[in-house]
Design a protein around this ligand. Sequence first.
Ligand SMILES: [Zn+2]
Length: 282
Amino acid sequence: MTARVGFAALPLMRPTLALFVLLLTTACATSPLGRSQLKLLPDAQLAEMGSRSFEQVKEEKEISEDARLDAYVGCVATALIEQLPPGWNSGWEVVIFEDASANAFAVPGRRIGVHSGILEVARAPGQLAAILGHEIAHVLASHGNERMSQVLAAQAGLLAASAMTDSSTPGGRATLAALGLGAQFGVLLPFSRTHESEADLMGLDLMATAGFDPEQAVVLWQNMAAASKGQPPEWMSSHPAHSTRIGELEARMARAEALYAQAREAGRKPHCQRPPEAPEPS
Ligand SMILES: [Zn+2]
């Protein structure tokens, strides 16, 4: 299924379009890796929308009640979050959902969802750190805002829609997809190749800085490739090919290894115990 955008807001479009064009010419930003970005909405507004939508997901999906799994994922997430730039070290929420698919997602507002099935692919703490580092990076780099801005740029009428996160309307579903919740609501609007690569590389730096062996990111994608048997998992159908991602990670590995060595030197050696009852690789 692809994202469809409704035109219900068309009568309100004219003043909105003027505002939109103004925004379009003034809303350029730069990502943490130095790429220029189009950001039409204040990050605070995206955070608000993301948090609200995440609450909706929490109501609709089954949340894991496994305290040891929670502690394990929390341990890895905390080790990463502690190494984020000032101002980013608090306010995160990581929720594990009972879902066998190998999926994880990030939403503006510092919300991260982890499907229990991802642990069949992320089989060691360092591999889970690669997943969580990647998701944290999507939030840190405002990819949700950028993608939302791309949706707005494509369909300026949406800007006027007030019920932007109502999953029962096409416009609302497009917005949810733009926030990073596409798969959760059956709309396919994945992050772009550019966003995926940027999140991979930022996540690699982050996991190494937190004291996780960056080579584990490569192992993760090898597991992912093996698990998908040539076909990318559903949530990654438009993600870069596994071999491309591994190549990009390898190209940054020397830098990540240096960060990892510094982290170990500084005593950052996260001890996160994978619980025995976590799903085992099949
Ligand atoms: Zn991603």
